[in-house]
Design a protein around this ligand. Structure first.
Ligand SMILES: Cc1cc2nc3c(=O)[nH]c(=O)nc-3n(C[C@H](O)[C@H](O)[C@H](O)COP(=O)(O)OP(=O)(O)OC[C@H]3O[C@@H](n4cnc5c(N)ncnc54)[C@H](O)[C@@H]3O)c2cc1C
Length: 489
C-alpha cells in the first residue's frame, strides 16, 4: 500500500481485482472469483462483512415471480433462487423453504394473482398455485377471516443474510481472497479514463479491475471515478421482530398484493424461529436507519389486519434497512462503467438482491471474462465451508460429547439463545472482533433480552480473548465502545 499504513503485506504490487463493499453481493463476487487464479482484495469500511443493507432485510429467497419479465432483475432473481439451496448447503448456511402466500383481500384481487402467476411462469418459476379461502385457512389458521384467497408459491425460502455473507467471506478467504476491514474507499487516481490507484483511508492500492459493490453508496463510488451514470435513492423499510414464543403464529411467508414499487409489508417466520413483520417503504437519506413511531405503527397495523391476534407485547427489537433503488432504470445496474474502462458497477441492488447474489456474482465474472480477463480455474478451489457448531441445535447426546471434548461448550453465556463460551471462542477465531460480529455469528445477544444478560460477560470474554482492555471492546467498530470508564476504583 502506498501513502499509508501497510495494512497487509503483498499488496504493494498491482492486484487483479479490488471489490469495494463487503455486503452479500461483494462477498458473493469474492467467493465466485476465488474459483480462479486471481489476486483479489475486498475493501470494507466497517469492521466486518454484512453490516450494510445485508443485515436489515426480510431474508426471503424470492423465487422470481414478481420482477418485470425481461429485466436483469427477473433473470438474476430466478437463477439466484435456483442456486441458493446448493450454495447454502456448501457453505453450511441456514436455508428453509416454508413457501409463501400472496393474499387477496377481495374477489377482484384474484385477477392480480392470476397475473402474478403468469408473470412467474414467464420468469421460469414453477410450483405456483392459486388457493381458495378454505385452503388458505387450513394452512394459516391465524389469518384474518377477511382474506379471500392467495397465490401459494411453494418454493419461496428464507435464509440468514449476514451468516451467508460471513460464510462467503470465510470460503473466499480459504481460497485466497484477502479482506481489508475498517478501510474506506475515498477516491481514485485516474489516467486516461482508467483507475490507476484506489485511494483508501489507509493508503492507496493498485488493481487492474475495480468492482463497485458499495450498496447504497455505489453511485457515490462511481462518481468518485467520474461516472455519473446512475443515482441511488435510499428507500427505508422498518421492521418489528417478535419473540420465538410466537414464531409459530405463521407457517408461511405472507405477502399482500405487490404494488408497482414494493412487495408490501410481510408477516413471516425467520430461520431462527422468530416472527418478523415489515417492511414499509419511505424515501429517506443514506444515514437514516431510524425506526419512527409512525413507521412502526404503519407496519404493525398492517400486520394486524392480516393477523388480528398479532401479540404486540412480544416485540423484542425493531430495525430498519435501506433499499438501494435507481428510480430511473428500476432494475439492477450491473455493467462495465460507461465512463471508466476498468470499473464494473454493481448498483441498484434493491430487493431481490439477496436472492440474486449468487447469480449476480456469476454475471459479474462473465462481464470480466468478456472484457478480456483471463479466468484460469484454480484446481485448489474448495467450495465447502463449515459453520460454527450451534450448541442449541444439538441433541443431548451430541452436547455431552462436545462438552467432553471441550469444556467451554459446557458454559452457557447467552441464556436466551443457549450460546456457549465454546461458540464465542470459535467466532473470535474466525475473525469476529466486536459484539455485533459475535452476535451475527452465534446469536449471542439476539434473543429476548437483547444482550442484557450476556452483554457484560461478552465484553469481558472478548477483552480476554483479544487481549485488549474492556474499554476497547466495541459494539460495531470505531466509536461504539461499550465501556467508557470505571465507576468504582
Ligand atoms: C427493507 C428491505 C427488505 C429487503 N428484503 C429482501 C428480501 O427479502 N429478499 C431479497 O432478496 N432482498 C431483499 N432486500 C434487498 C437486499 O437486502 C439487498 O439487495 C442486499 O442486501 C444488497 O447487498 P449489497 O452487498 O449490495 O449491499 P450492502 O449490504 O449494503 O453492502 C455494501 C457494503 O459496501 C460498504 N461500503 C460502502 N461504501 C464504502 C466505501 N466507500 N468503502 C468501503 N466500503 C464501502 C458498506 O459498508 C456495505 O457493507 C431487502 C432490502 C431492504 C432494505
Amino acid at each position: 500500500m502506498e501513502g499509508g499504513c501497510k495494512a497487509q503485506s503483498g499488496m504493494d504490487k498491482e492486484l487483479d481485482i479490488i471489490i469495494i463493499g463487503g455486503g452479500v453481493v461483494g462477498t458473493a463476487i469474492a467467493r465466485e472469483l476465488s474459483r480462479y487464479k486471481l489476486d483479489v482484495l475486498l475493501i470494507e469500511k466497517e469492521s466486518d462483512v454484512g453490516w450494510g443493507t445485508t443485515k436489515s432485510n426480510s431474508a426471503v429467497v424470492h423465487t422470481g415471480y414478481d420482477p418485470k419479465p425481461g429485466t436483469l432483475m427477473a433473470k438474476l432473481n430466478a437463477k439466484g433462487a435456483r442456486l441458493f439451496p446448493s450454495i447454502c448447503s456448501e457453505l453450511d448456511v441456514p436455508y428453509k423453504k416454508p413457501g409463501s402466500m400472496v393474499l387477496t383481500p377481495d374477489e377482484d384481487g384474484f385477477k392480480e394473482l392470476e397475473e402474478l402467476k403468469n408473470r412467474g411462469k414467464i420468469n421460469g418459476v414453477t410450483n405456483l398455485e392459486i388457493i381458495s379461502q378454505d385452503e388458505l385457512f387450513a394452512l394459516e389458521p391465524n389469518i384474518s377471516r377477511d382474506i379471500k384467497g392467495a397465490l401459494f408459491v411453494k418454493d419461496t425460502a428464507i435464509t440468514s443474510p449476514v451468516e451467508l455473507a460471513i460464510a462467503l467471506r470465510e470460503n473466499a478467504e480459504q481460497n485466497g481472497v484477502r479482506f481489508l476491514f475498517d478501510t474506506e474507499v475515498t477516491g481514485f487516481e485516474m489516467e486516461n479514463r482508467r483507475i490507476i490507484s484506489v485511494k483508501t483511508s489507509r493508503g492507496n492500492l493498485r488493481s487492474r479491475w475495480i468492482i463497485n459493490a458499495a450498496g447504497i453508496f455505489s453511485d457515490e463510488i462511481a462518481r468518485l471515478a467520474g461516472d455519473d451514470s446512475f443515482t441511488i435513492t435510499p428507500v427505508k423499510g422498518e421492521y418489528a421482530l417478535f419473540d420465538k414464543e410466537v414464531g409459530n403464529m405463521v407457517n408461511h411467508i405472507i405477502f399482500p398484493l405487490p404494488t408497482e414499487t414494493t412487495k408490501g409489508i410481510l408477516v413471516l417466520p425467520t430461520v431462527d424461529g422468530n416472527l418478523l413483520v415489515g417492511p414499509n417503504e419511505h424515501i429517506t437519506t443514506k444515514d437514516d436507519t431510524t425506526v419512527t413511531e409512525e413507521g412502526l405503527n404503519e407496519v404493525l397495523s398492517f400486520g394486524k389486519k392480516e393477523f388480528p391476534n398479532l401479540p404486540l407485547n412480544m416485540i423484542i427489537t425493531i430495525f430498519a434497512g435501506l433499499r438501494a433503488k435507481d428510480l430511473n432504470r428500476k432494475d439492477f445496474i450491473i455493467e462495465s462503467s460507461p465512463a471508466v474502462e476498468n470499473l464494473i458497477n454493481v448498483g441498484g441492488i434493491q430487493s431481490p438482491g439477496l436472492s440474486s447474489a449468487p447469480s449476480i456474482s456469476i454475471y459479474v465474472t462473465e462481464i470480466l471474462r468478456d472484457r478480456g480477463l483471463d479466468l484460469i480455474p484454480d484446481p485448489g478451489f474448495t467450495p465447502e465451508r463449515n459453520g460454527i457448531t450451534r450448541f442449541s441445535n444439538l441433541s443431548w447426546d451430541e452436547r455431552a460429547e462436545l462438552i467432553a471434548k471441550d469444556q467451554n461448550y459446557g458454559e452457557i453465556i447467552c441464556r436466551c439463545e443457549y450460546v456457549t463460551v465454546g461458540e464465542i471462542i470459535d467466532a473470535i477465531r474466525r475473525g469476529a472482533t466486536t459484539l455485533d460480529g459475535i452476535k451475527f455469528r452465534t446469536r449471542a445477544g439476539s434473543g429476548r433480552c437483547q444482550g442484557g444478560f450476556c452483554g457484560p460477560r461478552l465484553i469481558r470474554l472478548i477483552s480476554q480473548l483479544l487481549e485488549i482492555p474492556p474499554e476497547e471492546v466495541t459494539k460495531k467498530g470505531d466509536g461504539s465502545n461499550m465501556v467508557i470508564g470505571e465507576t468504582r476504583q
